[in-house]
Design a protein around this ligand. Structure first.
Ligand code: AHM
Ligand code: MG
Length: 333
């Protein structure tokens, strides 16, 4: 018998959907499919340190089988979890150049799922936390199947967003616009269990800024002045993992601000609007924080292309507002 205080993600999502009278259960199934994909990806991420023994990615393992790179594997797992369910209109992945239609042999549904299957994958080799990020929209075009136009919707139109963090434990955090909820994978039962209900940025926040300061000389004057201000304040610490999901997760739990600014060499920054910035922005807003490009709320940006990049400022509301003040003083790069 389940212990009475254990709430699995399946149970939680069903209970949430019961609160919406017109809900069909489709969304519950979709999230369960994503949670299953997360478990499969998490299992492989946890084995990543064994590649030297079992065979490095791109090579043949001891059984003579080709070993897939982990990000390609994760991409495939996400696709396979969603392609046949009849719930998805189309998909887009950071790993694919074009949007991904549902094969004609499978029925299509109403949801558009956009994902970064394994963000921060350069950290795998050094055993640093990485993540999966997902964003869900409703199809807006009238055809039976989704199109590129369905993928190019602003973050404000997301019906759900979430991430999975493959860290010291595997966590799935998501929002459907009614708060942010976090689930930790209990490996002994193979289930995500509710561990962080109603996540909010703490108040008062921990004073931490998170940015790759090695790029200081490439930044705009406004960005440079912002960082100099935070240093001179004397109360701020600095943390930077270099893995967006992990850096954001810490910022959500402890407070602070994460930044990936534009710079002379990358005038639009590095992070992708659709796969990384918009879903994290929805979660941040739902947790009482803010997320901007420095000039505009991230959720208001209307994407023009699938792989569009954007500067990102996300975290405790007061710190993001403080950053905007500096960036708006001078917006030249
Ligand atoms: P990726 O999509 O190629 O994995 O790159 C995204 C990652 C983010 O997880 C992280 O915030 C950023 O790149 C770190 O970049 P940098 O090494 O320039 O600081
Ligand atoms: Mg990425």
């Amino acid at each position: 018998m389940l212990e009475s205080h254990v709430v699995t993600i399946s149970r939680f999502v069903v209970d949430q959907e019961c609160l919406v009278p017109e809900a069909t259960g489709a969304f519950t199934s979709l999230l369960q499919d994503i949670a299953l994909a997360a478990k499969v990806i998490g299992r492989e991420v946890n084995r990543a340190g064994l590649v030297d023994i079992l065979g490095a990615a791109g090579k043949r393992n001891v059984h003579g089988e080709n070993v897939q790179k982990l990000d390609e594997f994760a991409n495939r797992v996400m696709y396979r979890a969603l392609d046949h369910t009849g719930l998805v209109a189309c998909m887009a992945s950071e790993e694919n150049d074009d949007y991904i239609p549902i094969p004609e042999k499978f029925p299509a549904g109403d949801y558009v799922v956009i994902f970064d299957p394994l963000d921060g994958s350069s950290n795998i080799d050094v055993n640093v936390s990485i993540g999966t990020i997902f964003s869900i929209h409703r199809k807006i075009t009238s055809g039976e199947r989704g199109t590129l136009e369905d993928c190019l919707q602003p973050g404000s139109r997301q019906v759900a967003a979430g991430y999975v963090l493959y860290g010291s434990s595997t966590m799935l955090v998501y929002t459907t616009g009614a708060g942010v909820h976090g689930f930790t994978l209990d490996p002994s039962i193979g289930e995500f269990v509710l561990s962080h209900p109603q996540m909010c940025f703490p108040d008062p926040p921990r004073r931490v800024y998170s940015v790759n300061e090695a790029y200081f000389d490439r930044w705009s004057q406004g960005q440079q002045r912002l960082i100099s201000h935070l240093k001179n304040d004397g109360r701020f610490g600095s943390r930077y993992i270099g893995s967006f999901v992990a850096d954001f997760h810490r910022t959500l739990l402890q407070g602070g601000i994460f930044m990936y600014p534009s710079d002379h060499e990358n005038p639009s920054g590095k992070l992708r609007l659709l796969y990384e910035a918009a879903p994290i922005a929805m979660i941040a807003e739902q947790a009482g924080g803010r997320a901007t490009t420095g000039l505009q709320d991230l959720c208001d940006v209307v994407p023009e292309s699938l792989h569009q990049r954007t500067p990102v400022y996300v975290g405790s509301a007061d710190f993001v507002t403080l950053a905007e003040g500096f960036l708006n003083e001078t917006s030249e790069i």
